[in-house]
Design a protein around this ligand. Structure first.
Ligand code: URA
Length: 434
């Protein structure tokens, strides 16, 4: 087999066979496929569908280029994937809550991408925490704690690592089938029994239209279910930040307030919806409604907080994090309140612009080598539909300097619109796909 013949098939609008797709995935991992050939394949796949069967074959072939974990645990192995949003620290709440309900959650997570924050960057805002753990360490955490949120090792789906980098620089990320294969090759490498997908739509999401979100959710559900992993997706709203804060340490602080105080708000509602869905899929609850109630109980009765603290300690963080998180989390040099320029209701928030403002403050990366300032960000953010008076605080900026605060303040004021007319905020969960 050779890459030219496979690309020629795509050019003729034919679908390569399973064997050809497997050869291509192996060639990405072992170098038999050149960058030029991979880029041509990616561009062709943006125009010529490889179909559900081809997408399943490519996904599994990419997964099999690296380690595929197997487990011997006393309960189902389950996982969640989000397509990325702003203020999305659901994983930090959900992993320990699911473990408290009898599931095992080896969550392989990512870093910030564009305007969206990364779960690993958030965890590493906690002094001492390292998310790069060995497979042995991950297995011990599963046995002892029931959950771990860690970075992928170089041995997880190496074909995707190379292919994603090529797609990134050739404007070919946007193919639904290539996104499906990329995400699921990594998720399925942890061999979950059940998976829930949080496909986000709105100003802070990558998917801006309902049709695109639905197509991606359906494609990922079809491929994951065909691969033997019980999977469903919720299409959820990302027209405002999920947490009332954006930025790495600030989002961890939001999570700790919920875990150790009153567990309510959008972040909790979405965590219970996704967790309920997962417990239902995994057979740990009769259905998603009963599952949601079990997640809510674990979040409020202190079990999730206790598991979260053990997970942090096992990853090198402070042993007393649950009790003293305020003392441990880093802050920023400058705090600046942003005032509403007029009275009215919060009518819209450009989530992408808010996320980019946090990147501008140093809370995310412009290029891979950038160092993150864990303490910067935006907190105390108002909600859609909230009434404000002229001069009321709409958020608090945490910056490393007055100049950085000036830039973030201008970005926030441009991102938030205030109108006089009443407004009903959009529902949190738009649709369920299975
Ligand atoms: N995230 C991934 O891991 N892969 C994609 O292709 C898009 C988003």
């Amino acid at each position: 087999m050779d890459a030219r013949a496979i690309n020629a098939k795509l050019r003729r609008r034919e679908v390569p066979s399973e064997e050809e797709l497997r050869w291509f995935a192996n060639g990405l991992a072992n170098g038999d496929v050149t960058d030029a050939q991979a880029a041509a394949f990616a561009m062709a796949a943006c125009f010529q569908s490889i179909g559900t069967e081809g997408c399943r074959a490519l996904t599994l072939a990419m997964r099999d280029t690296g380690d595929v974990l197997t487990w011997d645990l006393n309960g189902p192995v389950i996982d969640k994937h989000s397509t990325g949003g702003v203020g999305d620290c659901v994983s930090l709440l959900l992993a320990p809550a699911l473990a408290a309900c009898g599931a095992y959650v080896p969550m392989i997570s990512g870093r910030g991408l564009s305007h969206t924050g990364g779960t690993l960057d958030k965890l590493e805002a906690i002094p001492g925490v390292s998310t790069q753990v060995s497979e042995d360490h991950l297995r011990r955490m599963m046995q002892d704690i029931g959950c771990a949120i860690v970075g992928a090792t170089a041995q997880i789906a190496p074909a995707d690592k190379r292919f994603y980098a090529i797609r990134d620089v050739t404007a070919t990320v946007e193919s639904i089938e290539l996104i499906t294969a990329s995400i699921l090759s990594k998720k399925l490498a942890a061999s979950p029994d059940a998976l829930v997908l949080d496909v986000k739509i709105g100003s802070g999401a990558f998917m801006k239209t309902a049709d695109d979100a639905r197509a991606l959710a359906q494609s990922m559900c079809d491929v994951a279910n065909a691969a033997g992993c019980r999977t469903s997706a919720l299409i959820t709203d990302m027209n405002q930040p999920l947490a009332p804060a954006l930025g790495n340490a600030l989002e961890v602080a939001s999570v700790m307030r919920l875990l150790t105080g009153t567990a309510e708000g959008r972040l909790v509602d979405i965590s219970t919806a996704l967790g309920g869905e997962l417990l239902g899929l995994a057979g740990l609850a009769a259905d998603a409604t009963e599952g949601a109630a079990r997640i809510a109980a674990a979040l409020t009765d202190g079990r999730a907080a206790e598991i979260f603290a053990r997970m942090i300690a096992a990853m090198g963080g402070p042993a007393d994090f649950a009790a003293n998180w305020q003392r441990h989390l880093p802050g920023a040099e400058v705090q600046r309140a942003v005032k509403a320029p007029s009275a009215g209701r919060i009518a819209a928030m450009n989530g992408e612009a808010l996320g980019l403002a946090v990147v501008g403050l140093g809370g995310g990366r412009m290029v891979e080598s950038d160092r993150i300032h864990p303490g910067v960000g935006i907190s105390d953010i108002v909600s859609l539909g909230q009434q404000v008076g002229a001069g009321d605080r709409i958020c608090l900026i945490h910056a490393a300097s007055e100049d950085a605060a000036d830039m973030a303040e201008a970005a926030v004021l441009a991102a938030v619109s205030i109108r006089e007319a009443p407004l009903s905020p959009p529902p949190l969960v738009h649709e369920r796909i299975s």
